[in-house]
Ligand binder design. Structure first.
Ligand code: PDD
Length: 287
């Protein structure tokens, strides 16, 4: 089946789905995006993803390309037209097309909007989780506002590529204090040797993951010792368990950080249990 993309008001076959070369997303990375999981034909945590999209747009003073109601419709339409039951929907909004000039274009410029959907076999993620993944650690080279989900992903791209070249699934990013901020496209968590679950506080140094937020709500009922704070690389190396979170990855156990095995080198029971419970806590909005 050929894929269909929504591009600036039209549903187009992939071969015809393009944006103008003067789109500011292409020229400057001047735009934002969201990735929302589709599971059994339903959108997972759609409300939180759309709220974050609005926040990212507002932070960069980009006009909302469509109303939330229209966006909700388009997301479903793209998922349906591509017959995606399990996978993801991707939304990208940019400041629109204008003659290249760094400053903002005329306020009347129409923002750009692209929505795509992709099927992902759930068994792949489940098999990966059963084995656990390895992460490497690399310097966090991003700008000072990674809390905005912008298209400026070059440091993330380089970090992910470094991970691939070392046979790892993800790169965890190290700040100037020797603390882990988050992954190239995921949030980072550890269960410390003392049994405290830790993830970095959601300040301007990380993206406030939607999966992270939903997991925090889940944790509130678990009676676990939990802290939102920075954790060091050494603390991570010595952790009892580690895992990463993001849409589609859900909760993914980490079994090695660089060449250090975490725990006994197998997925931790807490990570697997949280993975199993996650969708019972997430918002599930049917099409
Ligand atoms: N990445 N941190 C970063 C830097 C991210 O890019 C992402 C999401 C997350 C997790 O956020 P969420 O739980 O809302 O998916 C954390 C998406 C999936 C991506 O770039 O493809």
């Amino acid at each position: 089946m050929s894929r269909i993309a929504y591009v600036n008001g039209r549903y187009l076959p992939y071969a015809e789905a393009g944006v103008h070369i003067d789109d500011r997303g292409y020229q400057f990375g001047d735009g934002v995006y969201e990735v929302c999981e589709i599971r059994d034909g339903a959108l997972i945590d759609e409300t939180r993803h759309l709220a974050r999209l609005e926040r990212s747009l507002a932070a960069l003073e980009i006009k909302a390309p469509r109303s939330l109601t229209a966006l909700r419709f388009i997301m479903r339409e793209v998922a349906a037209r591509n017959r995606v039951r399990d996978g993801m929907v991707y939304i990208q909004a940019t400041r629109g097309v204008a003659r290249r000039d760094h400053g903002f274009p005329d306020p009347g410029t129409t923002p750009g909007l692209v929505v795509t959907a992709k099927a992902i076999d759930r068994r792949i993620g489940d098999a990966r989780a059963a084995m656990g993944v390895r992460v490497i650690v690399t310097k966090d080279l991003r700008w000072a506002r990674p809390d905005i989900k912008s298209l400026q992903l070059l440091p993330n791209v380089l970090a992910k590529q470094a991970a691939r070249e070392r046979g790892a699934y993800e790169a965890w990013l190290l700040d100037a204090n020797g603390d882990i901020t988050e992954g190239a496209s995921t949030n980072a968590w550890i269960l410390t040797a003392a049994g405290v679950l830790v993830t970095r506080q959601a300040d301007q140094a990380i993206l406030r993951g939607v999966t992270r937020t939903t997991l925090l709500a889940l944790l509130a009922g678990e009676g676990l010792r939990f802290e939102e704070r920075a954790f060091s690389l050494d603390e991570a190396y010595g952790a009892r368990e580690a895992f990463l979170t993001s849409a589609v990855n859900i909760v993914m156990p980490v079994v090695a950080i660089d060449d250090k095995l975490i725990g006994d080198g197998r997925p931790g029971p807490l990570a697997l249990s949280l993975r199993g419970k996650f969708h019972g806590f997430a918002e599930v909005s049917s099409a």
